[in-house]
Design a protein around this ligand. Structure first.
Ligand code: ZN
Length: 440
C-alpha cells in the first residue's frame, strides 16, 4: 500500500534499520530507568535492593539485571503515600490528569495515574496504530464503549481526533441503538472487542439487518482479548461485517504496544520505538529464541507519571524475525498474543491453554460464536468440558459432536468432552469475555 505523508506514519522511526533502532531503544531505556529511579520511591528501593544504579545499564543485555515487576508489587506499593497511587507515582500529584484502573477479575485493581503529557503519549501510540491500519481523516469512527474507569478504547478516541477522524461516542446506547445509529450516520469504522463485534452481528440479525450489506463499516480495530488474529474468529467477523479486521494489543500498565498493520501479516508489530518488549522463556526467564513461545515483559519507554520497568504482562507470544511487506522494521509476534501465561494449566500432564479451543470452535460453521471451557476433577482425574451452541437453523447430531471432539483432541492433545447446547443459552459478554472456569 502507499502511505500518505502524515505525522502518524513516521518512516524514520518505523523503518529504521535494526541496529539504529536497538541504539534508540537502549538510549530511551536508560532514560526511563533514570526517571523511575530519581522519582519513584518504589523503583528506587527495588533497584537499590538489586544493587543496580541507572548508570550500570550500558548495553541491552544489562537490562536483564533489572528485576521484573509483578502486579502484586504494584498493589502493595499503592497502599503507601501519596494516595491513591502510592510510591509508584513519579510526578507531583498536581500533574495527574487522568485516573484509570486495571480490569482484571482477580484481586484489587491497580490504579493508573497519567499526566497530560502521558495522555498525549497514549494517543500518539494509538494514532500510530490506527494510521497503520488505514484510519484516515475521512473516516467516521463508531466507538461502542462505555467510557468509564477502564482504559480500554479511551485513548483510541483521542487518537482518532488527532488523526482527524470523526468520532461517534456510542457508549450510552444499547446494542440495538448502536447498530441503528451506525446505519443512520454511515459509520465507516468501528473499535471494539472481537467478542462484541460478533455479538453485534447476532443483535443485528434480530433487527433484520445484515451488517455487510446495510452498514458502511470497512475496517475494524479489535482489541481487549485475543481473537482478531485467530483465523476462524477473524474470518467470522470479516465475513459478517464485510470489513477488514485488525488486531491491537495493549494493557493499562504497558500502554498500546502492538498492532497488526494493513498488510495483515498474521502477527502483531511491536512498536519498538516506544516500547521495550521482551519475550522470555516461561521456565527460566531467559530471552526466548525466535519461534519459541515465551512470556511478555514490557517497559514503556516514554511514560512518566506512573512508569513501569520490566513489567510482567503475563501474556504469551512467539517472536519472529520474518520481515513484513509493509516495510516496517518493527518485529512481529507471530499469531499475536496467544493467551495468558497464568491461564496455562496442566491437564493430565499436558500444558493446556483454554484460548486454543477458540480456533477450533469458531471453525465449525454449524456452531454459534459462544463457548465455555470448564475444568473439573472427577475421580481424581482432570476433565475438560467444552460447551458450545448450535446455530438456530442447524440441528444437534452425534456426528457433529464426534467431529468436534476429534478436532479438539487433535489440536490440544487432550481428550475433551463436548456438550452442544441450544442457541442463546451460554453467557454473552460486552467488554472482557470470561469463558474459562477452573473448578478443580
Ligand atoms: Zn507490517
Amino acid at each position: 500500500m502507499s502511505y500518505t505523508q502524515s505525522r502518524y506514519w513516521n518512516p524514520v522511526l518505523e523503518t529504521m534499520p535494526r541496529a539504529q533502532l536497538e541504539r534508540l531503544k537502549l538510549l530511551k531505556f536508560k532514560r526511563a530507568v533514570g526517571h523511575a529511579y530519581a522519582n519513584s520511591p518504589f523503583y528506587r528501593k527495588k533497584l537499590d535492593g538489586a544493587k543496580i544504579r541507572p548508570d550500570d545499564i550500558k548495553s541491552l543485555s544489562d537490562i536483564e539485571k533489572i528485576p521484573r515487576t509483578d502486579k502484586n508489587e504494584l498493589r502493595d506499593a499503592q497502599q503507601t503515600d501519596p494516595f491513591p497511587y502510592g510510591s509508584l507515582l513519579s510526578v507531583p500529584t498536581d500533574d495527574v490528569t487522568a485516573y484509570h484502573q486495571t480490569s482484571g477479575t482477580t484481586g484489587q485493581a491497580v490504579r493508573q495515574a497519567d499526566s497530560w503529557r502521558d495522555w498525549e503519549w497514549w494517543s500518539e501510540c494509538w494514532a500510530t496504530i490506527l494510521w497503520a491500519q488505514g484510519f484516515r481523516p475521512q473516516d467516521r469512527v463508531f466507538i461502542p464503549f462505555s467510557y468509564g474507569v477502564f482504559i480500554a478504547f479511551w485513548a483510541g478516541h483521542y487518537a482518532c481526533e488527532k488523526i482527524g477522524c470523526e468520532v461517534i461516542a456510542g457508549g450510552g446506547l444499547s446494542t440495538e441503538d448502536r447498530i441503528l445509529k451506525m446505519r443512520e450516520i454511515k459509520a465507516t469504522a468501528l473499535m471494539c472487542t472481537p467478542t462484541y463485534a460478533l455479538h453485534m452481528t447476532e443483535v443485528a440479525a434480530r433487527l433484520g439487518i445484515d451488517p455487510a450489506s446495510e452498514l458502511h463499516v470497512s475496517k475494524m480495530l479489535c482489541s481487549g482479548e485475543p481473537g482478531a488474529l485467530i483465523p476462524s474468529t477473524k474470518g467470522r467477523i470479516e465475513g459478517r461485517w464485510g470489513a477488514k479486521v485488525y488486531d491491537h494489543a495493549g494493557a493499562t500498565e504497558g500502554g498500546a504496544w502492538g498492532f497488526e498493520c494493513a498488510e495483515q501479516p498474521g502477527g502483531l508489530h511491536i512498536n519498538e520505538a516506544m516500547f521495550f518488549l521482551e519475550v522470555l522463556n516461561i521456565e527460566n526467564g531467559q530471552p526466548a529464541a525466535p519461534g519459541e513461545k515465551g512470556e511478555l515483559v514490557i517497559t514503556p519507554l516514554d511514560r512518566r507519571a506512573q512508569p513501569y520497568l520490566r513489567f510482567n504482562l503475563k501474556d504469551t507470544a512467539i517472536l519472529t524475525d520474518d520481515p513484513c511487506k509493509c516495510g516496517r522494521s518493527f518485529r512481529l509476534l507471530q499469531g499475536g498474543v496467544l493467551g495468558r501465561s497464568d491461564r496455562l494449566t496442566k491437564v493430565r500432564g499436558v500444558l493446556f491453554s483454554p484460548t486454543s479451543v477458540e480456533e477450533i470452535v469458531r471453525g465449525f460453521p454449524e456452531l454459534g460464536d459462544e463457548y465455555q471451557v470448564i475444568l473439573q476433577k472427577r475421580d481424581e482425574l482432570d476433565e475438560v468440558t467444552v460447551k458450545v451452541e448450535i446455530k438456530p437453523d442447524r440441528r444437534k447430531n452425534p456426528e457433529l459432536e464426534e467431529r468436534l471432539r476429534q478436532a479438539l483432541r487433535l489440536y490440544t492433545g487432550i481428550r475433551i468432552n463436548v456438550e452442544v447446547e441450544a442457541y442463546g443459552t451460554l453467557p454473552r459478554f460486552e467488554v472482557k469475555a470470561s469463558r474459562f472456569e477452573d473448578q478443580r
